[in-house]
Structure formats: structure tokens, C-alpha cells
Ligand binder design. Structure first.
Ligand code: 0O2
Length: 269
């Protein structure tokens, strides 16, 4: 097939991957800016290279004109979570979305592959608006923990290096490492609530500081310089106390001050 034709074929896949990365990143943003823990830690994506598509099609005896119908991972999105417990939550979020339809699920978390590979795979139908009209394509979403991702990235590179024939002594080490990943995820799950508490208070504090700085900035055109400097000094004093309750109180006080100025500046009829 001509290279130009491949470009055209892969265009909707490329758009789908870009759109889905933005959508899942928005989910992270929405959780964090509402002070909620995000079950999604990171999102990446890629479109399979032409040579990798051809290799896989050949291996699976798929004819060229059947590739789009039968290869479900031309477009791939990877969602990385901190904890194993986050994975079913992400799957549920995907199942409940109206902009994608789940057509296949594979649970390699509870059914680890012989290689030691663990991940949850969801294949969705996703519609892309192209210049030429709407196209529905398949996207494979892989959901896994940071630890599972570490293992699979290393193993994938070794598969590439050894052209899928990893020597036995390295395979053995990979199997040990896969078991270590299971233990690591279990250990992390055991301290999950402590880690989440720490991360939550960090996020709440970051949101509060950002609100306070916005409020101070909004006061500049409304208030006089002396008062703003007084408010800033008060903010630094409270910030050094490292006390979320004090920051919350200060943020509320600033809202009330800003509201007062706004009321004064509304033209009277
Ligand atoms: P790449 O380079 O990541 O794109 P099927 O759909 O069941 O007919 P398929 O497509 O092999 O067959 O499905 P499966 O098993 O769900 O695997 C899809 C993808 O999961 C693979 O794509 C890998 O990305 C990943 N994967 C599956 N098994 C392994 C494994 O043992 N090790 C690693 N590191 N990744 C794995 P590709 O096309 O194989 O690779």
C-alpha cells in the first residue's frame, strides 16, 4: 500500500488518540480541582507504526484490507493508576461514558499472561469527526498501575531487543520481577489510605493557595495598595503556620472582602 494511503488511513486513529488523551486528562483535572482523589494518574497514547501493524497482521494472518476491522489496537491509549483498586473505578468511568462504547474487555490483572504481563484492556468504539464526515474506529485502552507499567515497558523493550525470543535466564528474572510487582502493588494498597490522605491534603492546600492568590490578584484594581500589602503579609504569616484550617478561614475572609468591594463598585441606580 502507498505511504500516502497509510497516512490517510491512520489519520482518524491519530485524532482519536489525541482527543482521548485530552478527555482523560480533563478527568484528572476535574477530580483534582474539586479536591478529589483522581483514580487516573497519567495518560499516554500512540498510533501503531505501519511496520508494527504489518508485522501483527502477518502474525495473525490478517489480509491488508481486513486490518482496520480486525486489529483493535491501531489506536492505543494507556491509563496509569497508582493503586490496583483504581483500575475497576477507571473501567466503570469508561463504561459509563456516552462518547465511547465498550465492545471488549480483557482482565489480565486477575488472569496474568504467561509472560507475567498484567493490565486491564478495554476496546471501545469511538467516533471521530473528519473533514470527510464521521468515522467510527476502535481504540484499545490499557489500564494498569505504575508498577505494572514499569514491568511491561522493560519487558516490551527486551522483546524488541531479542525479537520476541527472550533467553530463558532473562525470562526467569522477568517472572521474578512480575511476582515482585504483585507484592509491591499489594504493599502499596495496604498503605493506600495513608498515601491518599497525604496526597489529598497536599491537593487541598495547593487549591486553597491558588484560590487565595487569585483573590488577592482580583483585589488589586478594587482595593488600595496598603490594604493589599497587609493582606499579602497576613497570607505569608498564615501560610507559614502550615495549617489547612487557617488557610481555609483566610480564603473565606478574602471572598467576603472581595464581595464587599464588588458590591461597592456596582453602579447605583
Ligand atoms: P505493542 O507494540 O504494544 O503495540 P488479540 O486481540 O487477542 O487477538 P492481541 O492484540 O495480542 O491479540 O491482544 P492482547 O493480548 O490484548 O495484547 C494487546 C497489547 O497488549 C499488545 O500489543 C501489548 O501492548 C500488550 N501486551 C500483551 N501481552 C503483552 C506481554 O506479554 N508483554 C507486554 N510488554 N505487553 C503485552 P502488541 O501489538 O503486542 O504490542
Amino acid at each position: 500500500m502507498e505511504i500516502q494511503l497509510w497516512r490517510e488511513i491512520l489519520m482518524p486513529y491519530d485524532i482519536a488518540v489525541k482527543e482521548l488523551i485530552v478527555k482523560f486528562e480533563h478527568l484528572i483535572y476535574e477530580h483534582r480541582s474539586s479536591g478529589l482523589y483522581s483514580p487516573i494518574e497519567q495518560v499516554t497514547g500512540r498510533v501503531k507504526t505501519v511496520s508494527s501493524i504489518l508485522d501483527k497482521a502477518q502474525k495473525k494472518h490478517i489480509a491488508i484490507d481486513e486490518i482496520e476491522k480486525r486489529l483493535v489496537d491501531i489506536a492505543g491509549v494507556r491509563i496509569i493508576c497508582q493503586f490496583v483498586e483504581d483500575i475497576p473505578k477507571v473501567v466503570e468511568i469508561i463504561r459509563n461514558r456516552s462518547d465511547m462504547e465498550v465492545v471488549r474487555e480483557r482482565d489480565y490483572i486477575n488472569h496474568m499472561k504467561e509472560s507475567g504481563y498484567r493490565s486491564y484492556h478495554v476496546v471501545v468504539n469511538y467516533r471521530v469527526q473528519m473533514l470527510t464526515g464521521e468515522r467510527e474506529i476502535k481504540v484499545e485502552i490499557q489500564i494498569r498501575t505504575l508498577a505494572m507499567n514499569f514491568w511491561s515497558t522493560i519487558e516490551h523493550s527486551l522483546q524488541y531487543k531479542y525479537k520476541k525470543n527472550i533467553p530463558d535466564h532473562i525470562r526467569e528474572k522477568l517472572t521474578n520481577a512480575a511476582n515482585a510487582v504483585i507484592s509491591l502493588d499489594q504493599e502499596m494498597s495496604a498503605v493506600r489510605s495513608e498515601i491518599m490522605d497525604a496526597q489529598n491534603s497536599f491537593q487541598i492546600q495547593a487549591n486553597l493557595v491558588s484560590n487565595i492568590l487569585n483573590s488577592i490578584q482580583n483585589l488589586y484594581p478594587l482595593s488600595n495598595k496598603r490594604e493589599i500589602l497587609k493582606i499579602q503579609d497576613e497570607f505569608y504569616r498564615i501560610y507559614e503556620m502550615d495549617d489547612i484550617e487557617q488557610l481555609t478561614r483566610f480564603s473565606r475572609e478574602l471572598d467576603i472582602i472581595a464581595e464587599g468591594y464588588r458590591a461597592q463598585s456596582v453602579p447605583q441606580e
